[in-house]
Design a protein around this ligand. Structure first.
Ligand SMILES: [Fe+2]
Length: 482
């Protein structure tokens, strides 16, 4: 068997996964699975069978139920004389309980050919309850891609897949990384995709056959069962007692085409980002997000948000002079760095943030990926009005291996961090160069976040803490603590 994984802990269960390699041919494989309270499997709590078929690339995904809440569980699959490695997962605390702690490792952007996934080895020593993957679990570029890639440290023979076999080959390749395999074996993951699971910056106008192939391979290989009533839906809420609601949003499949990047709001082309009918979430998910956030009674709301929410405006063009020259200037006009993130969908962002303010929804922490660099700051309702509230505290984690600005610029210029920090909004921290992961510890009255960096070129690399931050309940302001 090819390894195990688990995901989406609930109070009474979790999703477990394996891939069976049939001994001969491509026929179906009948698998037995068992879940126990102990590593020796003397106290078995649930068992069942599942068939892994060629139609599903011999993967098997089971939503286990009937387990006790807030416990570590061991699981394994077997077929004939073959037994999978023993996996470890956990259940979430019971609904209505008051847990003291939820500790999440958050990761994103792992391009296989760019480096080793050593970050996962260190993450395993962090005593976290859950991994949160914010997308770009695979990249469509192979190691021979002329389009993207700097280190080409490991061979990836699959360049720009378009069909099911191509996308499957990506997941099989990525799962050969020993650290990624070990992390999946020992920790549950809550996974959300971003764009590279299909291809760079795709949107809702994507070729439906290619999208279907890419999504099918994702669902086959990730520890998550699709919603039978809406098979491509991925936005969802995971509750951790009354401590936190983890709200995962999908910024890929429903989006309108990105704004040009970098875009200037004052040009006709760039002002598209301010159009009132543009959507990143799609109407259904937007209304779900608004109602889920407003209905949440947890002490904290943790938004698993693949792309940066806070404005990243490099030049402010919203002032008295520009408004005198052009009275029709859009609100918050300026030069924005990236039209694929929330900045390219300004009206929808304002709609959601206003909704949170109107409903008094505070204590919102946003964990973000996508941009292969590290950013910390508040999310203001209106960057041009200092009297409006800050709605959330956002922590953007760097990539596991995907190119940072060090690779893109072919230089490491530490001064650039403070330069960008000073011009781009109200930021506590910027690091454009390192790779690694974040750890977010949520307790009753505070959230602490640590940023850890790892050298991706050295499979034996150590780990180093770059910075730590804290947010107290009742105020979104972020304090750097080291
Ligand atoms: Fe990425």
């Amino acid at each position: 068997m090819a390894g195990v994984a688990s995901g989406d802990p609930r109070p009474t269960g979790a999703t477990i996964w394996t891939r069976a390699v049939p001994p001969t041919g491509t026929g179906p494989v009948r698998l037995s699975w068992e879940v126990a309270a102990d590593e020796g499997f003397s106290d078995v709590a649930a068992t069942g069978t599942v068939t892994a078929t060629a139609e599903g690339d011999h993967t098997a995904t089971v939503a286990v139920d009937g387990l006790d809440p807030d416990w570590h569980w061991y699981y394994r699959f077997s077929a004939g004389s073959q037994t999978s490695p023993t996996g470890r997962t956990r259940t979430a605390p019971a609904e209505g309980s008051s847990p003291e702690r939820l500790r999440i490792a958050f990761v994103s952007c792992q391009m296989f050919s760019e480096g080793h996934f050593t970050a996962y080895r260190h993450l395993l020593a962090e005593d976290v309850d859950l991994m949160l993957h914010l997308g770009d679990y695979i990249y469509e570029y192979g190691s021979d891609s002329e389009e993207y890639g700097y280190h080409r440290l490991r061979t990836d023979p699959v360049d720009h897949p378009t069909d099911l076999e191509g996308y499957r080959a990506k997941y099989r390749l990525y799962r050969t990384d020993p650290d990624l395999r070990a992390a999946h074996q020992l920790l549950p993951m809550a996974a959300m995709w971003d764009d590279h699971e299909v291809y760079d910056d795709y949107d809702r106008f994507v070729d439906p056959d290619q999208r279907a192939a890419a999504y099918r391979a994702w669902f086959e290989h990730m520890p998550h069962l699709p919603d039978p009533t809406d098979p491509s839906r991925l936005h969802r809420r995971l509750a951790w007692g009354d401590l936190a609601d983890l709200v995962l949003i999908d910024l890929a499949q429903y989006r309108d085409t990105e704004a040009p990047a970098p875009f200037v709001s004052t040009t006709t082309e760039g002002s598209v980002a301010h159009d009132s009918d543009r959507t990143l979430l799609g109407a259904t998910q937007r209304e779900w997000l608004k109602s889920t956030m407003a209905a949440s009674k947890a002490r904290w709301r943790v938004l698993g948000n693949p792309q940066m929410l806070q404005p990243l405006r490099l030049v402010d063009l919203d002032n008295e002079i520009t408004r005198f020259v052009d009275p029709d200037l859009p609100p918050n006009a300026g030069l924005y760095l990236n039209g694929t993130q929330w900045d390219g969908y300004q009206a929808e962002r304002r709609d959601i943030l206003s909704h949170l303010v109107e409903h008094g929804v505070g204590d919102n922490v946003v964990l973000t990926g996508d941009i292969h660099s590290w950013w910390v700051g508040g999310v203001p309702l209106d960057i041009d009005d200092p009297n409006t509230p800050t709605v959330a505290s956002e922590f953007v984690g760097g990539s596991i291996t995907s190119p940072s600005f060090e690779q893109m610029l072919n230089a490491r210029i530490p001064e650039l961090n403070s330069l960008v920090r000073d011009v781009a909004g109200d930021l506590e921290f910027v690091n454009l160069f390192d790779h690694g992961y974040g750890v977010c510890e949520i307790t009753r009255d505070a959230v602490e976040v640590a940023f850890r960096r790892v050298d991706i070129l050295d499979p034996g690399a150590g780990v180093e803490t770059m910075a730590t931050f804290s947010v107290q309940r009742g105020s979104p302001s972020i304090t750097r603590t080291s």
